[in-house]
Write a protein that binds this ligand. Structure first.
Ligand SMILES: Nc1ncnc2c1ncn2[C@@H]1O[C@H](COP(=O)(O)OP(=O)(O)O)[C@@H](O)[C@H]1O
Ligand SMILES: [Mg+2]
Length: 145
């Protein structure tokens, strides 16, 4: 992992991965869980998408339904030509439909997301477990209602 100096007043980090890191992809975002970092990194193709997602997740975190966000990150995968734009996010654990927590908390979580108008793409793959609570993870443009 090659880390450049952060661009101080912007609180932005530029990160170049020197070895392969596992990532998870949806249709808009790619999520990197870099083991040596406390936070994961959610990335998009454009800065605008990333900035919209970052702002939505901050609203959702205040409403206690999403992981905390950190700083904006610009990242390049090893061997990739292009840079991706994203932000730091607390790491959640995957949840299954058969899980007790899903059965217990998913209806309530959906109601809370409806209130803040981010319920557009609600399903298990977009949710996770954080500190023993069900949270929502996907703040791409599809989540807006
Ligand atoms: N904060 C997170 N902690 C752990 N895994 C995450 C987190 N955010 C996203 N993921 C994983 O990455 C996948 C893709 O992210 P997501 O935001 O859902 O992208 P998309 O909008 O393309 O569906 C998710 O389905 C989930 O498995
Ligand atoms: Mg998703």
């Amino acid at each position: 992992m090659r880390k450049s100096k952060s661009v101080g007043f912007l609180n932005l980090e530029i990160l170049e991965l020197t070895k392969r890191v596992k990532s998870k992809r949806g249709c808009e975002a790619e999520y990197f869980d870099i083991p040596e970092r406390k936070f994961g990194i959610k990335t998009y193709q454009t800065f605008e998408e990333a900035y919209r997602g970052w702002n939505r997740q901050k609203i959702a975190h205040k409403a206690k339904v999403a992981p905390k966000t950190g700083k904006i990150v610009v990242i390049k995968k090893s061997k990739s030509e292009s840079w991706r734009f994203g932000y730091e996010t607390e790491k959640a654990i995957p949840v299954k439909e058969t899980s007790v927590l899903w059965k217990k908390e998913s209806d309530k979580l959906l109601q809370k997301l409806v209130k803040i108008k981010f319920s557009g793409d609600f399903h298990t793959a977009n949710c996770g477990i954080l500190r023993n609570k069900l949270v929502y993870l996907d703040f791409g443009d599809c989540c807006e209602m």
